[in-house]
Design a protein around this ligand. Structure first.
Ligand code: SIN
Ligand code: FE
Length: 281
């Protein structure tokens, strides 16, 4: 089974489709830039890396090369996007109100196609999201994306097979972390909090998928172009995805406890626990 892109109307309840592993696509959910913000559509806003990040809790912007008024415009745009993404998630996913926590906001101003990177960093390979430094201990990674390309360019994704299938294929190769390793990673500052066995296995899964070139070519998958000024939402810890081309995207990350789901048994945590026959948090 392949994950689907499902067009959804703004008034609908997207929860069941989202939890079953679909990408919810709002074809007319725009994010308008003000005249002061138009110059932010340039890869020159980046100091290094592939995205500018924003922490809505502190207001801090990371990875930007801008100073003064331009830096303030960037911060303002990210703050507004973050607020709009939260409002949208609240409307579309009413079951999660009061349970979903806002994480980082990002702006990706670099063309994806042809960007050099190591295989592990290469998001043009199918993968599920897992954060090396920020363990989630089973919590869901929910992301809202908006293509803000001003020149009509789509954001081109590939979407792969359902998590259950990914899990079944790779589970025999997933290993429990060595005893004490989570404490060591925490003590040396590699992780910001303690990694659960779940986090260790999701990182292994991310790497196994990306490193397997025949899997990349042969796994069930479909291509989808998200047009400019459209928005999509997915549990990216669950949906196998790859970004193949496109420039200028905003993204907001949320975290959701598994017990806030309507069907927690569809979470990667519960799927992997069933496959490995053991608790992973
Ligand atoms: C990703 O989450 O793998 C990348 C998504 C994108 O940049 O379109
Ligand atoms: Fe990803």
């Amino acid at each position: 089974m392949i994950s689907q892109v499902r067009a959804i109307e703004p008034g609908a309840d997207g929860t069941p489709a989202l939890e079953s592993g679909d990408v919810l696509w709002l074809r007319d959910q725009r994010f308008e830039l003000g005249s002061r913000e138009q110059p932010l559509l340039s890869s020159a806003v980046l100091a290094s890396g592939k995205n500018v990040s924003y922490d809505p809790a502190s207001g801090a912007v990371g990875g930007s090369a801008l100073r003064g008024g331009a830096a303030e415009s960037l911060r303002g745009m990210l703050a507004r996007y973050s607020d709009e993404a939260e409002a949208l998630a609240g409307r579309l996913l009413p079951a999660y109100r009061g349970r979903v926590r806002r994480g980082r906001t990002s702006f990706r101003p670099v063309e994806v196609a042809g960007r050099a990177s190591s295989w592990r960093q290469d998001d043009t390979r199918l993968h599920i999201d897992s954060f090396p430094a920020s363990p989630v201990r089973g919590e869901r990674i929910l992301r809202v994306f908006t293509n803000v390309n001003p020149a009509g360019r789509a954001r081109s994704w590939r979407i792969g097979e359902a998590f259950e299938d990914v899990g079944r294929r790779f589970a025999p190769r997933l290993r429990m972390p060595a005893p004490g390793s989570a404490l060591m990673l925490r003590a040396f500052g590699v992780t910001k909090s303690r990694r659960a066995p779940y986090d260790a296995m999701m990182l292994q899964l991310h790497d196994l998928m990306k490193a397997d070139t025949s899997y990349q070519a042969e796994a069930p998958q479909t291509a989808f172009d998200f047009p400019p000024q459209s928005t999509w939402i997915a549990f990216t810890d669950q949906v196998s995805h790859a970004a193949m081309a496109g420039q200028y995207q905003l993204e907001q990350t949320f975290l959701l406890p598994v017990d806030a789901m309507r069907s927690p048994e569809q979470s990667p945590l519960r799927v992997l626990e069933r496959l490995k026959r053991r608790p992973l948090t």
